[in-house]
Design a binder for this molecule. Sequence first.
Ligand SMILES: [Zn+2]
Length: 329
Amino acid sequence: MGTTHGHKSVPIPCPYGYGTRGYPYPWVKLPSLDLGDSHHLDTPVWKDIATGLSTFRAITKVSIANGTSTSFWADLWTGDSPLQDRFPNLFSHSTRPNINVAAALTPDFRNTLGPRLSLAAETDLRTLANELSSVTLRQDTLDTRWGRLANKKLSNKCVYTNSFRHLRIEEAAEKFWRSAAPLKCKVFCWLAWKKRLPTNERRFRHQLCNTAACLSCSHNEDVDHLLLMCPKAKEVSRFFFPDFDIRGPANLNDLWMTKCRSFEEATVTTAIAWNIWKRRNARTFNDTAEDLLLVSRRCIEDIRLWAHRCNSSPPSLSLNNWCNGFDPP
Ligand SMILES: [Zn+2]
């Protein structure tokens, strides 16, 4: 990105480390341009980077220091929105819409506007001059850019949060994403909830196998059957929750919405579902019939292991206490 230094032809430094506006030959003198202006020597890579500039500005704000890497009109650096939005009449007269703050806060600023201003623009100019009269630049310090929402330094997380905040978050998904299980188990829960697990029913539908039947009971093996309704799944659930047959969930969505009200419950449910899935795979791919004792012991070992990964001790303690209830006397 470049900054302007008057109207002379000077190499334009890039504050984001991309050389002279992306042009590979630093000895070539490029004409004076403002941050965000285009030029016929711009490389395709630089043009691609520049397309993200408006998004970058929309999710960031700047603590001003020397003002050289901050767009006067487009960046949020004073007030609660960029100056181009607050003073549209004056901005429409600007001949340098990408001028930076350091270049704008000089007596020559009036020369960057058209020769004749409308009445509304004159009013804007007076209001703006009054607001900016208290701004002082510090030449020895660089501007600092922050994420707008979290008020933290810009990070990948900040960019992702801002980019996807318009999307609706599914309530059930929040529960299993916030368990103590490792990522692969959370992804497994996500696939199960979206009915994307490669069960026999799904594989048969995609003509990848000859039957949709469950290997344990010959019922159609869809996700609800596999993890909840199959006698092999029920015996595991019944081992941990003796009233499962009476109060058991009707389907997977019901399981997450009604049975997983806490972090601990979500962790236990994930461990049980994960081990039912592993038992089914052992039967399908290795022709191995694993008994209830082995599966229940694996559930408890998984939960104990995951409890060690908890960031705070109360959930870890609570999960370990739950596991202790199933230890042999
Ligand atoms: Zn079955």
